[in-house]
Design a protein around this ligand. Structure first.
Ligand SMILES: *[C@@H]1O[C@H](CO)[C@@H](O)[C@H](O)[C@H]1NC(C)=O
Ligand SMILES: *[C@@H]1O[C@H](CO)[C@@H](O)[C@H](O)[C@H]1NC(C)=O
Ligand SMILES: *[C@@H]1O[C@H](CO)[C@@H](O)[C@H](O)[C@H]1NC(C)=O
Length: 556
């Protein structure tokens, strides 16, 4: 028989051995790395017939696809060859504990012209279809974006057979104006009007086939709306779109003739090549604009003669936003499909978690009396600071911003003036929060939240009230990162705020974002633990008031 003391000692050494083994496994099984070196430069393209300046990534417009797998480490050394500062952000990549890599003005100092910065992040516990884009100014309106795909790991079953091929389709509206002239117009208090065209993978009319399908096979199309203003409808002439994934969640596999993608949204459909071998139109067209704008591309069946389809064969777009709202109601998360999930605890049972806090955010614009056009959330129109908010918080740089200038309830409309300031709210780490996005205006609105996937539980016309919760989907709402808000309507999202960092919540209507309709959510690292948040990266660019500041005590 072992004496008490001896037994404890034995257990201690077992624990030490177990920890050592776990460390060994963690190191030995390190996730694979994908390395990229990208030049970001200007180039010329004429997507609407008139040559104009666009932003190229690695010489391409749109930029190259990143083809990654769950938990891969992605290392991208970005060389800025533009004549102005630059940052990439990664739409839908959650950057767990790592808002240092989020690449927005509130988290990162920009890469100055002629300089480079190496992003290093892990696509931790995620699967699905995402994209990257330039986050500063109006650069996104002239390119600089590309697809980012996260494949499931081999051992994790995917709820459909492997497709014959996997295509990336980036659809976006287009102003056919230089990004600097768009920014100048907005700086001068003028509008930028409406887009004048729509593109599919950088082209308005694709003459050579975009993709080739073999009769009888099934293909995955990953479609993202990377645009700046318009919701878009996507369809393929004569073919059924079977929805399988949306912004990182496997969905119930409903069939659609066409799908609306609002700004910032991505989805995957399976398309069976079950028609007579020929050429077919792939169509993206604007929704809710006065004049419908359309882009077409061709998908060809292998071995067909390649005769162009008759123009009258172009499938028509749906009409009105009630259609779109109803379509959204049909989207459901497939609860039985296995997949990597960033927040496995509670993901199935979000409907039974107590709501710790409700934040209502209402979109508003500066009253006509003010000289300049500005857009706001709960009365504050965000302005970027010379010291990124995340750095100001981390290095304790005073005077950069104040927390919680806005309240959880919007001020009465019209009466209150709009304040220009960095808009930062604090949310308690790990609290479960409901955010109501209210759109009292007449135009379509869309938002994106960095750092998280949320449950999009409800949407409806009119004013939100507590009674609106009766109509929430508390069972199988799709977990996603972007949400549309219809005119005169609200949308409700819920998230467990378990990712420490500084996270951008922004209008995806790029002119609105540029003019202040965005905010940052600070989730504090209260325990000041590297378990909850990574240290500032060694290669981080330091600027503004953070220059020369000592590292916080914890990290020195
Ligand atoms: C993308 O990655 C997957 C998994 O490694 C691989 O099977 C596939 O061939 C890749 N596709 C492309 C286009 O590189
Ligand atoms: C810039 O690129 C060089 C390699 O050309 C690399 O050694 C360096 O770390 C990069 N700088 C940053 C800030 O990532
Ligand atoms: C959900 O996923 C499961 C598991 O992969 C699959 O068998 C099922 O068909 C999917 N359900 C629907 C409705 O798409």
């Amino acid at each position: 028989m072992i004496k008490k003391k001896g037994r404890r000692r034995m257990w201690n050494s077992v624990v030490v051995l177990l920890i050592a083994a776990a460390l060994f496994l963690a190191v030995g099984a390190e996730d694979p790395y994908l390395y990229f070196t990208w030049k970001v430069s200007y180039g010329t393209a004429a997507p609407l017939g008139v040559p104009q300046r666009v932003i190229l990534v690695d010489g391409q417009f749109p930029g190259p696809n990143i083809n990654s797998t769950t938990n891969n480490n992605i290392v991208i050394n970005v060389f800025n060859e533009l004549d102005e500062p630059f940052l990439f952000s990664w739409n839908g990549i959650q950057q767990r504990k790592n808002s240092w890599q989020d690449g927005v003005a509130g988290t990162n100092c920009p890469i100055q012209p002629g300089k480079n910065f190496t992003y290093h992040f892990q696509v931790k516990d995620q699967i699905g279809s995402f994209y990257y884009f330039p986050s500063l100014g109006m650069q996104k309106a002239v390119g600089g974006f590309g697809g980012l795909r996260v494949n499931s790991r081999l051992l994790i079953p995917v709820p459909f057979d492997p497709p014959a091929d996997d295509f990336t389709v980036l659809i976006n509206d287009w102003y056919a104006k230089d990004h600097k002239s768009l920014a100048n117009a907005l700086d001068g208090g003028r509008g930028i009007g409406v887009p004048v065209g729509v593109l599919i993978n950088g082209k308005n009319r694709g003459d050579s086939p975009l993709f080739t399908m073999e009769a009888g096979k099934v293909y995955r199309y990953r479609v993202c709306n990377t645009g700046t203003k318009a919701s878009l409808n996507f369809r393929i002439q004569g073919h059924v779109l079977k929805l399988v994934e949306m912004e990182g969640s496997h969905t119930v596999q409903n069939a659609y003739a066409s799908l609306d993608l609002h700004l910032g949204q991505c989805l995957s459909v399976l398309v069976e090549a079950d028609q007579a071998p020929a050429d077919y139109y792939v169509v993206a067209s604007s929704r809710f604009l006065k004049k419908e704008l359309t882009a077409t591309a061709i998908v060809r069946y292998a071995g067909s003669n390649g005769a162009p389809p008759a123009p009258e064969a172009l499938p028509k777009a749906p009409v009105g936003w009630a259609w779109s709202l109803n379509q959204w109601r049909s989207f459901r998360w497939n609860l039985t499909a296995s997949a990597a999930r960033p927040n496995p605890q509670g993901s199935y049972h979000y409907g039974s978690i107590d709501i710790a806090r409700t934040i209502r955010l209402s979109s508003s614009r500066a009253a006509a009396a003010t000289s300049k056009k500005r857009f706001a959330l709960n009365g504050v129109s965000h302005v970027d600071s010379a010291t990124p908010l995340k750095l100001a918080e981390y290095f304790s740089v005073d005077g950069v911003f104040k927390y919680n200038l806005i309240g959880d309830v919007p001020p009465p409309p019209a009466s209150s003036p709009i304040t220009l300031a960095p808009n930062v709210i604090k949310i308690e780490h790990r609290s479960f929060v409901e955010i109501i996005l209210e759109n009292p205006e007449k135009s379509m609105q869309a938002y994106h939240l960095d750092g998280y996937a949320f449950f999009l539980v409800g949407m409806g016309p009119g004013k939100w009230s507590e009674a609106s919760r009766k109509h929430y989907n508390l069972m199988d709402a799709v977990s996603k990162h972007s949400v549309q808000v219809f005119p005169g309507s609200w949308s409700a999202i819920m998230a467990s705020f378990d990712n420490v960092g500084m996270w951008n919540l922004r209008s995806e209507v790029w002119e609105r974002r540029y003019l202040g309709q965005q905010l940052y959510i600070s989730i504090g690292n209260l325990e000041e633990s590297l378990r909850d948040e990574y240290n500032v990266p060694e290669n981080a660019i330091i600027c503004g008031g953070a220059v020369g500041r000592p590292l916080p005590a914890l990290y020195t």
